[in-house]
Ligand binder design. Structure first.
Ligand SMILES: *[C@@H]1O[C@H](CO)[C@@H](O)[C@H](O)[C@H]1NC(C)=O
Ligand SMILES: *[C@@H]1O[C@H](CO)[C@@H](O)[C@H](O)[C@H]1NC(C)=O
Length: 364
């Protein structure tokens, strides 16, 4: 017992220490990939200063950050070439430890009546699959038809603004987007419009749609933007996600004949994915939606292109300050994700010819 407490304390200490360190050196490196999480903590307000390039000279922490970015960029290979051998290696690694095709979403096959669903971010919480819950699950995996020829995974980073990548994104066979991003109002040229899978972070349901406890029409109407895409809800990650995700599910079922089809992401898959990336050196409290979707795409598609992934406050090429997201500058919660190391991992995959990471403007 004593040993356990000492171990717990040291883990807590190390975790808080590394979080403070990251927070200090990478104050702007938060959920650019993930969309607004909306933790409006006043401690985040130093983000605005962090994105001011003039600060780079004065502040040693900022200079370290900019050296870090320079190093990343220096390693970014511009002449990208697909490496089938490396793709096979990563695919079979991911396939054997995570198996997105059968497990990424909760289905009647992987979660029969009477089994327990264990929450991935809340290990003490389980949900028994009752016949009523079971009836909400799709009969089989929506990914049975994979692999698709090409996937575009669209992150929400400020780098997507003025990228002109819309056409290229829409030319992919399968398009994955994160956290209900806006696609109209002038964004279309940069974001494209086609969507096959879109995630919804419960925080946006809580804030923008008042947890769906009141009128739900605007939610149902807004969501038609994504056509008949899959709407992926992390219903079984944190215990507070479940009720609001079920309300989203019922709202769509009850009020719209067409439109997105809600599915629940499978905590067993998310847990195995966290394990996969932990073994690759990413030690975060929780993976960002961006890297989850990039990993999913790696299993589902023969060619993976990432857009809008750049978790830093200045543009890699023109050094102009970037907003947190392509659609707003809302600061986000930096404390749960390890964005710089996630980004490094994706950059590594780019350099190995496994995925293509688009940083500059699209020319088409
Ligand atoms: C599910 O969890 C409940 C409560 O902890 C437990 O009693 C039951 O045996 C579990 N069922 C299975 C199939 O593991
Ligand atoms: C995009 O380009 C327009 C026109 O050049 C400019 O006014 C705007 O600030 C740019 N937006 C971003 C986020 O860089």
């Amino acid at each position: 017992m004593k040993a356990f407490i000492i171990r717990l304390l040291s883990i807590l200490f190390i975790t808080s220490f590394s979080i403070v360190l990251f927070w200090h050196y990478f104050p702007h490196s938060d959920e650019a990939l993930n969309g607004p999480r909306g933790n409006q903590n006043p401690a985040n307000s130093n983000d605005a200063a962090a994105s001011n390039p003039r600060n780079v000279k004065q502040n040693p922490a900022k200079r370290m950050k900019s050296d870090f970015i320079d190093k990343l960029l220096a390693s970014y290979s511009i002449s990208w070439e697909k490496q089938n051998q490396n793709i096979q290696t990563y695919r079979s690694l991911l396939g054997s430890s995570c198996n997105a095709i059968s497990n990424a979403v909760v289905t009647q096959v992987n979660s029969p009546v009477g089994t327990n669903i264990t929450y991935d971010a809340d290990q003490k919480k389980i949900m028994e699959v009752t016949p009523a819950l079971f009836n909400l699950f799709p009969k089989e995996s929506p990914f049975e038809k994979a692999p698709w020829d090409s996937c575009a995974v669209v992150g929400n980073g400020g780098i997507l603004a003025n990228s002109s990548c819309g056409k290229q994104i829409d030319s992919a066979t399968y398009v994955i987007r994160c956290n209900l991003p806006p696609l109209s109002n002038g964004h279309e040229r940069d974001t494209g419009r086609k969507t096959h899978l879109v995630t919804a972070n419960p925080s946006i349901l809580f804030q923008k749609y008042r947890a769906l406890n009141e009128r739900r029409r605007s939610f149902v109407e807004d969501i038609q933007l994504y056509g008949d895409a899959l709407l992926m809800l992390p219903a079984f990650s944190y215990r507070q996600n479940t009720a609001v995700s079920l309300r989203a599910f019922y709202s769509l079922e009850d009020f719209s004949q067409s439109g997105p089809r809600p599915v629940f992401s499978n905590p067993r898959y998310l847990k195995s994915l966290a394990g996969f990336w932990r073994r690759q050196g990413i030690r975060s409290f929780r993976l960002s939606t961006g890297i989850m979707m990039a990993s999913l795409a790696l299993e589902l598609c023969n060619n993976v292109h990432l857009y809008g992934f750049w978790p830093f406050g200045t543009h890699p090429y023109n050094n102009q300050p970037l907003t947190n997201h392509y659609f707003d500058n809302r600061p986000a919660n930096n404390r749960v994700h390890a964005m710089p190391s996630e980004f490094q991992a994706l950059l590594n995959l780019h350099n190995k010819g496994v995925i293509h990471l688009q940083l500059g403007e699209c020319t088409n």
